[in-house]
Design a protein around this ligand. Structure first.
Ligand code: ADP
Length: 539
């Protein structure tokens, strides 16, 4: 736990706060020595008083000092500058009992009746310190009353100790609350860590120990990257923080990665966290919640391995079938009409199978982050024109009009041409697939946002539409939102998952807007780039 005691202001500051100028003349060296001992102590009130008891008499030109704790019923000795026996003897006096109950600084002449004390001292002063019910009383004994300046200084002492007492009480409360919080977090099933402004650990619960191998004691005060080691990037949190400070739109983050535990084992974790901002360019605290996803990751990897192997194995027979079918097609004139129909159907089915295998392979590549993206300047309008031309026959065969509105402005973006082609081929293909009559329209627009120009492409159809509650799910893999019995369209529900991944990997964004029974518009936007200069213009 952080030590808040260290944060207490230095004694000079306290003197200032206490307005030492009130005390005239200036405090003596012995008084300063006493005040210093009381204020600078690292200890709680009681040990502070015990340790500095011998500094009290010289500071007040007194003969003896006692610290007691008094209740209406009894008076107990805490510390004394004289022998314990003599001190206990003094405390038997009824006069002292009354004096020790004083609420404010009180000075009394010792009465003649009190022989035991009168033998030794003539005056006694009681100064209550700390809190009324929980505090102590400092008793000073001497031959003469305290001077005005000594009384003034005693009031400073009292106030300095009250300050010290409050600081200690606050510290104890903070410690207790930190302890409770830490106990509470130990019972969470997820790992939880709190980091300070320097990203050093201030809280680390037990599940974090199970995840990383480092105990709360070992982690406390360490920079996070020493105890929570991301295998592929040790400064991931600083990087996220920098991005957040530059564009503070969202203070929460989520990431999934592998960590290396204390005994060098690998573990997959899902980390959600949030930054707490302090002023313009500082983070005061970061909280992270960590979940162990090693098992899920393992299953996912095995599933992806299986899909990879299965689809690779499928590719060979699919290619062979394609070859034989095209051989047969060459003999078209010797085939009967029904044979030709069968041949076309077989070719179509085989093409669908080939597309499915490709989609499965791409899905695995996306999931394993193995997608190779080759960024170059791409003229979007050219890609869209080609996609529409290729899909024209399909639209015509369904009696649907496929329109392409050629833009009157430049449409250069930085992207992977092949992947961009796949994106729009998929969207236009879907638009035709899920439309029974009417038009599919592909159009382009541009707009400026924050001095960045964007090109936006709309693929609009007049088809069956998508319910708004499914706007998110259609982009998940293997998700098909329409009843397959209702629409006899083939598909595995991978297309939009791949489309979204491709778009986002190339710095774009995709959104959907639809009305059931009226039609759907998919909009894809990319930041525009300058058109590349032809080679001969370069000089
Ligand atoms: P698939 O078309 O293979 O089922 P996709 O991932 O391409 O898979 O699409 C997911 C689902 O989204 C589709 O099954 C369909 O229900 C819905 N969908 C996609 N595009 C459209 C569209 N243009 N109009 C209506 N529904 C659509």
């Amino acid at each position: 736990m952080p030590n808040h005691r260290a944060a207490l202001p230095p004694w000079e500051k306290i003197l200032q706060q206490l307005n030492i100028n009130e005390a005239k003349p200036l405090p003596t060296e012995r008084q300063i020595a006493l005040l210093r001992a009381l204020v600078e102590s690292e200890h709680d009130l009681r040990p502070t008083l015990e340790r500095s008891i011998n500094l009290f008499p010289p500071a007040f030109l007194a003969e003896a000092a006692l610290v007691v704790k008094s209740t209406p019923a009894a008076i107990a000795l805490v510390a004394s500058s004289i022998s314990r026996r003599t001190a206990l003897n003094l405390l038997r006096s009824a006069f002292l009992h009354r004096l020790a109950g004083a609420k404010n600084i009180t000075e009394k002449k010792i009465p003649h009746s009190d022989k035991k004390i009168q033998d030794k001292y003539q005056f006694a002063v009681c100064c209550p310190v700390g809190e009324r019910r929980n505090g102590f009383q400092v008793l000073l004994f001497g031959h003469q009353p305290l001077s005005r300046s000594e009384l003034g200084f005693l009031r400073f002492v009292q106030r300095a100790l009250a300050l010290r007492y409050r600081a200690t009480a606050l510290q104890q409360q903070i410690d207790r609350e930190a302890e409770n919080l830490s106990l509470l977090t130990h019972h969470l099933s997820e790992g939880m860590a709190v980091l300070d402004q320097n990203l050093a650990v201030t809280l680390w619960n037990r599940p974090m120990q199970r995840l990383t191998g480092y105990s709360p004691r070992e982690a406390a005060g360490k920079p996070y990257y020493l105890v929570f080691k991301r295998t592929d990037n040790s400064n991931w949190l600083e990087e996220l923080m920098r991005v957040y400070l530059e564009t503070p739109l969202q203070n929460v983050f989520n990431a999934e990665f592998e960590i290396t535990t204390r005994d060098n084992a690998a573990r997959w974790v899902n980390v959600s966290g949030s930054f707490m901002r302090h002023g313009e360019d500082q983070i005061s605290q970061t909280v992270i919640i960590v979940r162990d996803v090693t098992q899920t990751k393992l299953l996912e990897t095995r599933k992806n391995e299986f899909i990879s192997i299965a689809t690779h194995e499928l590719r060979t027979p699919i290619t062979a079938i394609k070859g034989y079918l095209s051989l047969l097609a060459r003999e078209e004139q010797s085939l009967t009409e029904p044979q030709r129909t069968y041949l076309n159907r077989a070719a179509e089915a085989n093409n669908r199978l080939a597309r499915l295998a490709e989609d499965l392979l791409r899905t695995v590549q996306v999931e394993e982050d193995r997608l190779r993206i080759n960024l170059r300047p791409v003229d979007l309008a050219k890609v869209l024109e080609k996609v529409c031309k290729d899909l024209q026959p399909k639209a015509e065969s369904k009696g649907i009009q496929l329109e392409y509105a050629e833009p009157a402005f430049e449409t250069w973006i930085t992207a992977d041409e092949e992947k961009i082609h796949q994106v729009f081929e998929n969207l236009v293909d879907n638009a035709i697939k899920y439309t029974t009559e009417g038009t599919v329209r592909v159009s382009t627009d541009r707009y400026e946002d924050n001095s960045q120009l964007f090109i936006i492409v709309h693929v609009q159809d007049s088809g069956i539409g998508i319910s708004s509650k499914n706007y998110d799910t259609i982009f998940e893999k293997f998700r098909r939102t329409h009843d397959t019995a209702q629409i006899r369209e083939a598909g595995a529900g991978l297309g939009l998952f791949i489309v979204k991944s491709f778009v986002e990997k190339q710095g774009g964004k995709i959104s959907v807007n639809s009305k059931i029974g009226k039609g759907t518009t998919f909009s894809v936007r990319f930041p525009a780039t300058e058109s590349p200069k032809p080679l001969n213009e370069k000089e």
